[in-house]
Design a protein around this ligand. Structure first.
Ligand code: SF4
Length: 79
């Protein structure tokens, strides 16, 4: 599993993440900013855990985001 994090308040609404991964991101019709689908919000940072198969797309979004507010981490495996 990987964790994807979005610092939503800094989003400039460029749409790039949504164009790459529409199953992971949506654009708000209210404020034009990106929304992390099923993201859990904590102090302005939305986080969602997704399967490894989404890692490439998540990393593409991270790379393309002009304000660098998308982060991708490997989830720690509980032993
Ligand atoms: S790529 Fe970054 S700035 Fe652009 S909509 Fe997505 S989160 Fe917002």
């Amino acid at each position: 599993m990987i964790a994807v994090t979005l610092q939503r308040n800094k989003c400039i609404g460029c749409n790039y993440c949504f164009e790459i991964a529409p199953d992971m991101f949506r654009m708000s019709t209210k404020d034009g900013k990106s929304i992390l689908v099923n993201g859990e919000d904590k102090r302005g940072f939305a986080t969602v855990r997704v399967h490894d198969e989404y890692e490439d797309k998540a990393n593409q979004c991270k790379e393309v985001c002009p304000v660098k507010i998308i982060k991708v981490h490997q989830c720690k495996v509980k032993k």
